[in-house]
Ligand binder design. Structure first.
Ligand code: PLP
Length: 377
C-alpha cells in the first residue's frame, strides 16, 4: 500500500530501494505463518508459552541465566539501567555517541533519576580505558553520585555499525570487576557483531552482565527486543517492565516471529554486510572528492558516506536520490537517512535483494557523477 502510493508519484517502472534503516524490514512469510499459528496465553501471568519459549531460547543463545521479551530496544535499555541502578544518586558511564545517551530522550534521567557521565566515543565505537578508570568514583563521598553501571554499545550505531573488539570488552570487564560495577551492552545489533567476528552470540556478551538485542531490526521481526542477564536481574526487570506499561498479554503472537528470527535470520546477516560493502566499494571507486567512504570501517550492515557539505547539501542529495526524472535511465528511487549535515547513512536488511543493490549502486553513481560534473572535479 505504502509502496504503491510512492510509486504512483514516481511512475510504475520505478523500483524503490529504501535504505534509511533496518527497522523498516518486514516479517518474512515464515514469521507470518508462525504468528498465525502461535499458542498464546496471558504473559503478565507468565502463561504465554510462546513468549516463555522465546525468552528461554534467547537466554540459552546468549549464555545468560534468563531473558525477558520487551517492546523495544529503548525499553530494554531503560529497564536495564533502572535494574542496575536501584539506588538514588546513581551514575552511568557511557560513550558520548551512545544510543542511550543521544537517542533515547535521556530516559535514564527523565524517568529513572539516573545521571549519565560520558566518555568520548572513539571512531571504532570504543572509549579510552584510562579515562574510564579515572571516571569511576572509587569511594564516593557525600558530594558524589555512585557509579553503578558501565554501558557499551555493539555494533555501534552512530559510528557506522562498528564492531567493538572482544579484547576491549575483556579489558572493560577487568576494570569493572576491580570496582564491582556491572556492565550493560546495548547490543541492538549484536548479532551483526557475532556474524562479523564469526563467533557465537554467547562469546560477544561473555564479558557483560546484561545485554539487549533488537528482533525488529536486521532480524526482521515486526516488534520486540530481548533483554538478558542473571536470574535476579531479570526478576527486577520483570517488575520494572510492568511499571513502564510494558506488561503484555497474548504477546506470543509476536514472540512467534522472534523464534523464527533466531532460527533463520542470524546467519544470513552476512549477506547484508556484503551488500553494504558492495555499495561502499562502488562509491569509493567513483574517486569523487565530494563523497567519501572509508572502506576499512565497513564491518556490518551500516554504511556512512561523508559529504563535502559546501557543495552537496544533504537534503538536496536525499531528494535527488529519491527522485526519478523522465530522462533518468536508472529507474530507482533510493532512500537514505542523514545523521548530520555532512553524512548520509545507508542500512541493509533482508528485503534488499541483489537486484536492489545493483540498482542502488547505479543510482548513487549517477548522482555522484552529476555532482562531480557540476563542480568539474
Ligand atoms: C535502534 C537502537 C536502539 C533502540 O531500539 P528501538 O527498538 O528503536 O527502541 C537502541 N540502541 C541502538 C544501538 C540502536 O541502534
Amino acid at each position: 500500500m505504502y509502496e504503491k502510493i510512492i510509486k504512483g508519484d514516481l511512475g510504475a517502472d520505478v523500483k524503490i530501494v529504501d535504505l534509511r534503516t533496518d527497522t523498516i524490514s518486514r516479517p518474512t512469510t515464515e514469521m507470518r505463518e508462525a504468528m498465525y499459528g502461535a499458542e498464546v496465553g496471558d504473559d503478565v501471568y507468565g502463561e504465554d508459552p510462546t513468549v516463555t519459549e522465546l525468552e528461554r531460547r534467547s537466554a540459552e543463545l546468549l549464555g545468560k541465566d534468563d531473558a525477558i521479551f520487551v517492546v523495544s530496544g529503548t525499553m530494554a535499555n531503560l529497564i536495564a539501567m533502572m535494574a542496575h541502578c536501584s539506588h538514588r544518586g546513581s551514575e552511568i558511564i557511557a560513550g558520548d555517541k551512545s544510543h542511550t545517551f543521544r537517542l533515547e530522550q535521556g530516559g535514564a534521567s527523565q524517568l529513572a533519576g539516573i545521571q549519565t557521565s560520558t566518555i568520548k566515543t572513539k571512531d571504532d565505537g570504543t572509549f579510552d580505558l584510562d579515562e574510564l578508570r579515572n571516571m569511576i568514583r572509587k569511594n564516593p563521598d557525600i558530594h558524589e553520585p555512585i557509579t553503578s553501571l558501565i554501558l557499551v554499545e555493539n555494533t555501534h550505531n552512530l559510528c557506522g555499525g562498528r564492531v567493538v573488539p572482544l579484547e576491549w570488552l575483556e579489558k572493560v570487564n577487568g576494570i569493572a570487576a576491580e570496582h564491582g560495577i556491572p556492565i550493560h551492552m546495548d547490543g541492538a545489533r549484536m548479532m551483526n557483531a557475532a556474524v562479523y567476528l564469526k563467533v557465537t552470540p554467547r562469546r560477544i556478551v561473555r564479558d557483560v552482565d546484561s545485554v539487549c538485542f533488537c528482533l525488529s531490526k536486521g532480524l526482521g521481526c515486526p516488534i520486540g527486543s530481548i533483554l538478558a542477564g542473571s536470574a535476579d536481574f531479570i526478576t527486577k526487570a520483570r517488575r520494572i517492565r510492568k511499571v513502564l506499561g510494558g506488561g503484555w498479554r497474548q504477546a506470543g503472537i509476536i514472540a512467534a516471529a522472534g523464534l523464527v528470527a533466531l532460527e533463520t535470520m542470524i546467519d544470513r546477516l552476512k549477506i547484508d554486510h556484503e551488500n553494504a560493502y558492495k555499495i561502499a566499494k562502488a562509491i569509493h571507486q567513483t574517486k569523487s572528492n565530494l563523497f567519501k567512504v572509508d572502506l576499512s570501517r565497513i564491518q556490518s550492515n551500516i554504511l556512512l558516506v561523508y559529504l563535502d557539505r559546501s557543495k552537496v547539501p544533504v537534503k538536496e542529495l536525499q531528494r535527488r536520490l529519491q527522485s526519478v526524472t523522465d530522462t533518468d535511465d536508472v529507474r530507482a528511487s533510493v532512500r537514505c537517512s542523514s545523521l548530520k549535515d555532512d553524512c548520509v547513512r545507508f542500512v541493509l536488511y533482508h528485503e534488499i535483494s541483489e537486484e536492489d543493490v545493483r540498482l542502488a549502486i547505479k543510482k548513487i553513481q549517477l548522482v555522484i557523477r552529476e555532482y562531480d560534473n557540476k563542480f568539474q572535479i
